[in-house]
Design a protein around this ligand. Structure first.
Ligand SMILES: C[S@@+](CC[C@H](N)C(=O)[O-])C[C@H]1O[C@@H](n2cnc3c(N)ncnc32)[C@H](O)[C@@H]1O
Ligand code: SF4
Ligand code: SF4
Length: 434
């Protein structure tokens, strides 16, 4: 595959075509390329030349090769490249929780069911109404454990009534029949946190007995029907060795339609030493899976031409509302230094479009991240999760740690190949979350 790292245009060719395109790294005429290829293949220049002209013409048309002799200029990304539009609103109904998961970004300290606060019903209802004006399409109901909010189901139903796609993130402990019925009817998706098929591994992360209750929640929701049920896991060094297929088979046997697993987001505190995944074996396995997927895929004639560019969604496609009614760039950056404004004092639209915390955040591009600004994957990766970078460095423009960067590159390759070959899953069996 040839791809242009600036435009993320790509083309697929065989070894001979690759050799011809390879020689275009330096400016060449069609004739020069044909002569080189004729020498390599033993055919005459006059036989090879029309084929070379056709190949180069098609490479020019799909944007991988430039026809003129002007040196190519990288388009500098600007903040206005992506007009701010929060497609996702993360609404934290409460900071209370009935579990104390070891890795949780939302509750670093002891977090009991009675501690913390609930968002006032009227504030949450009002934000759902205001978010319509901002073009929000998806509401993620989260927390803490959102179902501890005494009026959680009413708020979920209100979100549904307003036309949002609602995704409820829950640990499943409160999914009893009446709650399950009403949530399932109102939600497009209910995501149950499940870290492993093995109760010991799951409970090691999330507390004794939580595996049984999360598993039961998936089964109950499936029985009720109506919504998509997704099992979402966090990969740490304790469960990373579990084969994806085993996890998936277990979750599907309970009734989950889809599974996703994402690596632990480093928190920059003592927990990292215990939870940080060992990436070498994990990356090697993913690389192997990518090779097999490429080998098995048969390129389609009619191919989708687009590979989407990526960047951290914080303050762009995502905006988060804390249980305190404060607006933050994303659910991973709910820290006092990123508080953009309170919904008790200002409307959401004004905060989202004008708060300096968010406008400054949006001005950061991959070109500002040292080490990323010249990376071949920069427009596919965007520099990675800013919460992860901030957690470990306290610098919002710092690069993410090396092994997370290696994973980002692999996922970008997966996306590129997936799009080019059309038949592969578009994402790898691991996603970078947050
Ligand atoms: C904070 S929880 C809130 C919703 C609910 N209490 C639950 O556990 O599903 C949202 C999701 O974030 C995940 N999560 C928490 N801390 C994380 C971290 N440090 N890295 C990656 N995912 C994390 C949880 O596993 C859960 O799936
Ligand atoms: S259940 Fe969710 S909010 Fe509660 S501690 Fe676990 S991950 Fe955090
Ligand atoms: S995080 Fe890594 S892969 Fe992504 S742009 Fe930066 S250097 Fe490239």
């Amino acid at each position: 595959m040839f791809w242009d790292q600036e435009t993320v245009a790509w083309t697929l060719t065989d070894d001979t075509g690759a050799s011809a395109l390879e020689s275009l790294r330096r400016p060449q005429t069609v004739h020069q390329v044909a002569v080189k290829l004729a020498m390599q293949t033993g055919y005459s220049v006059s036989d090879v030349r029309p084929e070379v002209a056709r190949l180069i013409d098609s490479a020019v048309r799909c944007g991988v090769v430039e026809a003129d002799r002007e040196p190519r200029r990288a388009p500098e990304p600007t903040a206005t490249d992506c007009a701010p539009h929060p497609a996702f609103l993360y609404l934290h109904l409460t900071s209370r929780c009935n579990l104390r998961c070891s890795y949780c970004y939302a509750s670093p300290g002891p977090n009991k069911e009675r501690e913390g606060r609930d968002i006032p019903f009227e504030v949450a209802r009002e934000v759902l109404h205001q978010a319509q004006g901002l073009g929000v399409e998806n509401v993620v109901i989260t927390g803490g454990e959102p179902l501890l909010h005494p009026r959680a189901v009413e708020l979920i139903e209100e979100a549904k009534r307003l036309g949002y796609r609602v995704n409820l993130l829950t640990n499943g402990l409160r999914i009893e029949r009446p709650v399950a019925w009403r949530s399932a009817i109102a939600c497009e998706q209910v995501t149950i946190s499940l870290d492993s098929a093995d109760p010991t591994l799951h409970d090691l992360h999330r507390g004794h007995g939580s595996h049984r209750r999360a598993s039961r929640a998936i089964a109950v929701l499936r029985k009720v029907g109506f919504c998509h049920v997704v099992a979402a896991g966090v990969l740490t060094r304790h469960n990373q060795h579990e084969r994806h297929e085993d996890f998936e088979t277990y979750a599907r046997s309970l009734g989950a339609e889809r599974v996703s697993r994402a690596p632990y987001i480093l928190q920059g505190d003592a927990r990292d030493a215990w939870l940080r995944p060992h990436f070498a074996s994990f990356l090697a396995r993913l690389r192997q899976e990518l090779d097999v997927a490429i080998e098995r895929a048969r390129p389609r004639e009619e191919r989708p031409g687009l590979v989407w560019r990526d960047r951290c969604g914080a303050a762009f496609g995502v905006v988060a509302i804390g249980a305190d009614g404060v607006v933050y760039p994303c659910q991973g950056l709910m820290r006092p230094e990123f508080a953009a404004g309170s919904l008790r004092e200002e409307p959401l639209e004004r905060i989202y479009t004008q708060a300096p915390v968010l406008t400054e955040f949006r001005a950061i591009t991959v070109a500002d991240i040292p080490g990323c600004s010249r990376c071949a994957y920069r427009f596919l990766c965007g520099g990675g999760c800013r919460a992860l970078a901030y957690n470990v460095t306290r610098d919002i423009t710092a690069p993410i740690p090396g092994e997370y960067c290696a994973l980002a590159q692999l996922l970008a390759q997966w996306r590129l190949w997936g799009t080019a070959l059309g038949q592969m899953p578009l994402s790898a069996p691991a996603e970078v979350p947050l």
